[in-house]
Each structure stands twice: as structure tokens, then as C-alpha cells.
Ligand binder design. Structure first.
Ligand code: URP
Ligand code: ZN
Ligand code: ZN
Ligand code: ZN
Length: 468
């Protein structure tokens, strides 16, 4: 594949490591060179296309390491397909997703993975990789883990929640962790005590507490913290690194911090919904709270400060979206008289880079930390660096020209995700994606979609580059 030789001129290049006023030369789909503004005058710096980035940021394309396009869940499936979801991701400045292939109970990993390859193949606007959800840990799935690691599926999600669906018991978790300790895979944990939660769900429903806000009440902070603690101890016993997904509670951050203070390879991810939304949203009247039902659940606002702090102190390393959209009409609806039947998940793949830029504007993160948690560390964590997640010679030319001064209002009226609401309706954001390149091709040009389904390539991954 040869793409147009491109020069991005006049911008501020921001990576996790540096902020430099530099021009960026792209050749053959990769970053060829960087040069201080005005210093690159040689013949080598001629290009067929020049993009003016004066007064703009030039940042690596976002790496969203947690999405669920088309996920079958709760009797329906996530409303974004790989086509619509990756297009929306591009609009939001994300150029790589790592989605979750699913092993069904009673079936092998291979079968699940092949189904996900087929769903994505030829449909994606940006590059993509896969994690594997383990729903049935047994001798044969443990053996298959080794093969998947060799094939570039180097991370495996386990669930301490959702008994009867994705749930693994402690013995299964320990076995999978032991396997990952030898094959180099990274265990990703959904840390909530699902057995206890199901008791509380049953009791709430028996007492007529059916409204969406009870979803947040039964999925208690203590049951996230307990599961996080247990997952860490099991990982210690196995001698395996651990990555805890969608951390939402202050007490869970404290468990991660304590483990990291001991020097353990324990990592945490949070998501924009936990940083910007709260139980106030779950309590919205007229069933509107259903729009905010996800697991782990939204927490009282007080938890947000601990999450921001965790991101600053590196007790949390990654912000992913857990993009798993369900329409309000026809999908969230399934739980109108029973909150436990509301499909779990929020849309957000298009909003992450903007919301985190707003966090820069609000003083929660530095610009470099924005790029670190949204691009560089997810790429390192999941074996994609430096191909993805940075702007450096040899890296894929996945580049976003970001206008830090543009003003926008997030809304279902203007977003591109295939879902009938925005979780951030009316939220004002300073900053907006202007142009996006994926491997040197302009997929968003001056806020027009110029990409295509099928441009995005499957990207096999190496093992975690973040362990120490
Ligand atoms: O509510 C959520 N998070 N839905 C997606 C599945 C998961 O647990 O990540
Ligand atoms: Zn989960
Ligand atoms: Zn998820
Ligand atoms: Zn192409």
C-alpha cells in the first residue's frame, strides 16, 4: 500500500514524552521524520500534500483498548457494528480499537475468535485488535490461550460478575492467571462480586425496587473493592500481572494503589463515564436513568476526585471507553419494569479524546498525560507500541490534528455513533478533532469523513510492554 507523502506543518506535536514545535513528514503510511518548524528545507521534505496545523495540536491517534462492537448481551446486541463504531471512533480521533472476542460457554476460544474476525473483516474504518473473553475456563481453553498469545491475542478478560453468563469462579481465575504467568498473556479483570450482587438484585426486585437507580445501589462499592482485592491476591499467588478494567470506586483505586506500593504489576483502567457522570444520572426520572446503566455502575460524585488523582499518580494508567451502546428505545427499554434486564453499557468511543482534552482544560491532566492515558500507555499495555500510540519515526502515521480552541456541544444530533442518545447530551467541550490520518490516509479531513469501511486492518499484538 502506498499513500500520499504528506507534510503536517506548523503544529505543536504532543506525545506522552514531549511537546515540540515540529513539522511531521509522513511517507508510505508511516512517520518518516520530525523537524523543528522552519528547519526542514531539504529536498527530502517535499510532499504531495501539506496539512497546515498552525495553532493546532498534532497528536497520536487515540488507542481505545476496551470496546464492544456488536456485542451480544442482555438478550440483544450492542447497536454499533464494526463499521459504524469504528467510523465514529475516527470522528473522535481514535485510530485503533481493541475489541473483545467472546468465548461462549461450552465452546472453544478458536470458534469465538473466528466469529469476531468475520464480524470485523472488511468493515472497519480504523485498525483493530482483539482481546478474548474467557467464559469457560477448562483444560482445553487453557491450552488454547497459548495459541492465541502466539497469534497476537495477548490479553484475556475474566469476569467475577455475571454468574451464568461470563462468570468464572476463583479456581478458574487462578488457573487462567497461572497460564498467563507462563504464556505472557495479560489477564483483564471485571472485578465485582457477582454472586453477592445477584442476591441483592433478587432482594431489591422482591421489594419492588425496580427503577434504574437501584442498579447502582445493589452493585455496591464494597463489592467492587472486595473483588479487586481478591483478584490482586489471586494474581500474586499465580505470579501474574493483572489489569483491572472499568475501575469506578475510590475504594477499588485504593486496592490498586496498595498493590502497586508493594511493587506488584497491577494496573487499572477507568472510563470517561466514571470521571464525568454519577449516580445523579442513574436517578434521572422517567426511566432516563437507564441510559446510564453499565457495570461497574456509575458512583456518587465524590468518587471522581479519587479517579482523577489515580490518573495523576499512575495508580490508574489507562482511560478506555468500554463502548457498549444500546438504544434507549427498543433496547434499554427491556428493563422498564426490572432494572436487572436493562442491557449494560454506555456509548462513548467518539467522545473519549474530547472529554479527556476537557480534563486538560479543567486542570485534571497535563497535555502529555492526556496522550499517555489515551494513546501511549494503552498501546504499551497491549503490545502495540511504538507502532501505535506515539509520533516517532517508524510509527504508523496515525495522527490527529486537534484544534484546542474550537468549541463544541456533545449531542446525539451531531455524533456518529449508531445509538439514539448521548450520555453527555449538552456537555460543552473546548477542543475538537479536525483531521485524522490512519496509516497516512486522511480518514477525517477538515471534519468530513473521507475514510472507508475496510481501510482498517486487523493488528496482531505483542505481549504487554508495561510490566516491570
Ligand atoms: O456495562 C458494561 N460494562 N457492559 C459491557 C460489558 C463489560 O462488562 O465490560
Ligand atoms: Zn466488564
Ligand atoms: Zn467492557
Ligand atoms: Zn488504505
Amino acid at each position: 500500500m502506498s499513500s500520499t507523502r504528506t507534510l503536517i506543518r506548523g503544529g505543536l506535536v504532543i506525545t506522552a514524552a514531549d511537546e515540540i514545535h515540529a513539522d511531521v513528514l509522513i511517507d508510505d503510511g508511516r512517520i518518516a521524520a520530525l523537524a523543528a518548524h522552519g528547519s526542514a528545507v531539504s529536498e527530502a521534505w517535499t510532499a504531495e500534500r501539506t496539512i497546515d496545523a498552525t495553532n493546532k495540536y498534532v497528536i497520536p491517534g487515540g488507542v481505545d483498548a476496551h470496546t464492544h462492537m456488536e456485542l451480544p448481551f442482555g438478550g440483544t446486541h450492542a447497536s454499533d457494528t464494526f463499521e459504524t463504531g469504528t467510523r465514529a471512533a475516527a470522528w473522535g480521533g481514535t485510530t485503533t480499537i481493541v475489541d473483545f472476542a467472546v468465548q461462549s460457554v461450552g465452546h472453544g476460544l478458536r470458534e469465538g475468535l473466528d466469529a469476531w474476525y468475520a464480524k470485523a473483516d472488511g468493515n472497519c474504518a480504523i485498525d483493530y485488535g482483539f482481546h478474548m473473553i474467557l467464559s469457560d475456563v477448562n483444560e482445553s481453553s487453557l491450552k488454547e490461550m497459548d495459541l492465541l498469545v502466539e497469534e497476537g491475542i495477548t490479553s484475556f478478560k475474566l469476569f467475577m460478575a455475571y454468574p451464568g453468563v461470563f462468570y468464572s469462579d476463583d479456581g478458574q481465575i487462578l488457573r487462567a492467571m497461572q497460564r498467563s504467568a507462563t504464556n505472557g498473556g495479560l489477564i483483564m479483570m471485571h472485578a465485582e462480586n457477582g454472586i453477592a450482587i445477584d442476591v441483592l438484585v433478587e432482594q431489591a426486585l422482591a421489594e419492588g425496587r425496580t427503577d434504574p437507580r437501584y442498579h447502582g445501589e445493589v452493585r455496591k462499592v464494597l463489592l467492587e473493592a472486595e473483588a479487586t482485592h481478591r483478584a490482586i491476591q489471586l494474581a500474586r499467588v499465580a505470579g501474574a500481572p493483572l489489569y483491572v478494567v472499568h475501575v469506578s470506586a475510590q475504594e477499588a483505586v485504593a486496592e490498586l494503589a496498595a498493590a502497586r506500593d508493594k511493587g506488584l504489576n497491577v494496573f487499572g483502567e477507568t472510563c470517561p463515564q466514571y470521571l464525568f457522570l454519577s449516580t445523579d444520572n442513574l436517578a434521572e426520572p422517567d426511566f432516563e436513568g437507564a441510559k446510564y446503566v453499565c457495570s461497574t455502575p456509575l458512583r456518587p460524585k465524590e468518587h471522581q476526585a479519587a479517579l482523577w488523582r489515580g490518573l495523576r499518580t499512575n495508580d490508574l494508567q489507562v482511560v478506555s471507553t468500554d463502548h457498549c451502546p444500546f438504544c434507549f428505545t427498543g433496547q434499554k427499554d427491556l428493563g422498564r419494569s426490572d432494572f436487572s434486564k436493562i442491557p449494560n453499557g454506555l456509548p462513548g468511543v467518539e467522545n473519549r479524546m474530547d472529554l479527556l482534552h476537557q480534563a486538560v482544560v479543567d486542570g485534571h491532566l497535563t497535555r502529555r498525560r492526556w496522550i499517555e492515558v489515551a494513546c501511549a500507555t494503552p498501546a504499551r499495555m497491549f503490545g502495540l507500541y511504538p507502532k501505535k500510540g506515539t509520533i516517532a519515526p517508524g510509527a504508523d502515521a496515525d495522527v490527529v490534528i486537534y484544534d484546542p480552541h474550537a468549541e463544541q456541544t456533545l449531542s446525539v444530533e451531531t455524533h456518529h455513533m449508531d445509538v439514539d442518545y448521548s450520555a453527555y447530551e449538552g456537555k460543552r467541550i473546548t477542543g475538537q478533532v479536525q483531521t485524522v490520518l490512519s496509516r497516512g490516509e486522511v480518514v477525517i479531513g477538515q471534519r468530513e469523513f473521507t475514510g472507508r469501511a475496510g481501510h482498517g486492518q486487523y493488528t496482531p499484538r505483542g505481549t504487554c510492554q508495561y510490566v516491570n
